[in-house]
Design a protein around this ligand. Structure first.
Ligand code: BG6
Length: 513
């Protein structure tokens, strides 16, 4: 790895460039590879961040020729300099294999040796499993048995394995997955992706909190009244019902992306921006979330499913009418929760998290609402007239940040009003935001696990959520006495279920008293 420090447009930048490596993608004919991985790798290549001796091998079950594989990718890659694209594509090769056939892994090993023979440097190997999670217990042991993922004691050259969620469907299955992984790999070799951690704006939470002095002293229950983390999508289940109907929004978005954002917003400062230090703090934070009381769960967390509706005048089907969704499905497409963190810093501060599909628009944001000043010195303005200051971190789509404060409006009268201080990435930096996968793929190649999930954080998240999933399941089978597990409904294209609003306003009004 080479590290460069330089000044760029007034900013001090550190850029690390990976050594030569070989990336093997399983599931290479799939959507994730085409839409995300290849465009991200190509961007890295264009920016000079792929070592010139790096190669990519696509593997999948489809019997594609090399030409068919490349032409399947071309539609997702474009360049104003076509020769550059051709040069990149020359680094790609395709191998069709059966994931459960050991002799196919011997063929892969042979192919890798032939690539290694072409280059002077010793290649590091990255195995990316862009396949359904059901194939992990097949591929990971095969990589081990064939010797492909085996590192020597020094860990050099390295062998890394990258996995996408879901990491289990509850605590028990996540622990079983983890045991399976650790039979073949060491934790330092495992890169579990949560693509939200690769988003610029999510990483900026750390920069904002820990590279400035002004926020941290007030980042606690003495000054913050509540925090809202919201992720809304206008898309529905699309063509993913096979996966989504068995998962639901709690597993698909809440267990990972929502809790990842919460952990960055609320964790204690790590001693360094380094994998173990940062991930230790994340786990501590998730473990400090107060378990939700199952007997009164509906007062703390609600689930809902979208019904028919419309967005921008276009009529949309309800979840139950979507392709391949079972007519009786009780899968939730929306979750809202009110969480408390039982530690010194956050005692008594509600964290309100909500996430849903088929809402009116796509939006992810974190809003931190500060308390009112303790006393109004302005005789004419009661404390009730003073508004709360709000810091909003816009994760997407209008990446940026805003701080809404109180200010005097010009004129002889004493008028107080909102002043919005705004920062937009697009206006400030002009450029398009890099895709999260660029950063994450680069980090895998650099051997930096900081933005990847460690197994104990996954277990802590499942420990919190598994009792809820079990209560939902029980209540769906037989009406569970005393469990307020109702499945609420909302219209496609709306702001979500009324029950979620109530969850929020209830504590809001309590707080106002
Ligand atoms: C994925 C979920 O992890 O994140 C999808 O499986 C969801 O259901 C997606 O649509 C949202 O990601 P983004 O980056 O578009 O907010």
């Amino acid at each position: 790895m080479s590290i460069y420090n330089n000044y760029h447009g007034g900013a001090l930048c550190t850029e690390s460039r990976p050594q030569a490596n070989l990336l093997v993608i399983f599931g290479a004919s799939g959507d994730l590879t085409r839409r995300k991985l290849m465009p991200a790798l190509y961007q890295l290549y264009r920016r000079g961040l792929l070592h010139e001796d790096s190669y990519i091998v696509g593997c999948a079950r489809s019997a594609l020729s090399q030409t068919q594989f490349l032409s399947g990718l071309r539609g997702f890659l474009s360049d104003e300099e076509p020769e550059r694209l051709e040069h990149f594509l020359q680094r790609l090769s395709y191998l069709h294999l059966a994931y459960d056939n050991l002799s196919d892994y011997a063929r892969l090993a042979h192919h890798i040796e032939s690539i290694q023979a072409k280059v002077d440097s010793e290649l590091n190997h990255l195995f990316y499993l862009a396949t359904p999670a059901s194939l992990y217990p097949v591929i990971v042991p095969m990589l081990h048995r064939s010797g492909l993922s085996v590192e020597d004691y020094s860990g050099k050259p390295w062998r890394h394995v990258v996995l996408e969620k879901p990491f289990g469907k509850d605590l028990e299955s996540a622990e079983a997955l983890d045991r399976m992984l650790h039979q073949s790999l060491q934790e330092r070799q495992i890169y579990r992706i949560d693509h939200y951690l690769g988003k610029e704006t999510v990483q900026n939470i750390l920069m904002l909190r820990f590279a400035n002095i002004i926020f941290e002293p007030i980042w606690n229950s003495s000054y913050i009244e509540h925090v809202q983390i919201s992720t809304a999508e206008s898309v529905g289940v699309e063509r993913r019902a096979g996966y989504y109907d068995a998962a639901g929004q709690l597993r698909d978005m809440f267990q990972n992306h929502m809790l990842a954002m919460l952990s960055l917003v609320a964790m204690e400062p790590p001693a360094q921006f380094e994998a173990e230090a940062l991930r230790d703090e994340q786990v501590k934070l998730i473990r400090a979330i107060r378990p939700l009381p199952i007997e009164s769960i509906g007062q703390h967390l609600i689930r809902a499913q979208y019904g028919p509706g419309e967005i921008a005048g276009q009529a949309l089907p309800g979840y139950l009418e979507e392709e391949n969704v079972p007519a009786q499905s009780r899968t939730e497409t929306y979750v809202a929760a009110k969480l408390f963190i039982d530690n010194w810093r956050w005692r008594g501060v509600p964290f309100y998290l909500r996430t849903g599909k088929r809402l009116s628009r796509k939006l992810s944001e974190i809003a931190i609402t500060f308390k009112k000043p303790p006393h109004s010195i302005f005789a004419q303005l009661d404390i009730e007239n003073l508004q709360r200051d709000v810091l909003v971190l816009n994760v997407q789509p209008d990446e940026g940040m805003s701080l809404s404060i109180q200010a005097k409006q010009p004129g002889p009268k004493l008028c107080i009003g909102h002043l919005n201080l705004e920062f937009s990435y697009a206006q400030q930096f002009g450029a398009q935001m890099p895709d999260a996968y660029e950063r994450l793929l680069l980090d895998c190649m650099l051997g930096d696990q900081t933005l990847f999930i460690r197994s104990d954080a996954i277990a802590a998240a499942w420990k919190l959520l598994t009792p809820i999933l079990q209560a939902w399941q029980r209540s769906d089978k037989q009406q569970l006495p005393g469990c307020s597990c109702a499945l609420h409904h909302y219209q496609a294209g709306s702001e979500g279920p009324a029950a979620a609003e109530k969850l929020f306003t209830q504590w809001r009004s309590l707080n106002d008293c």
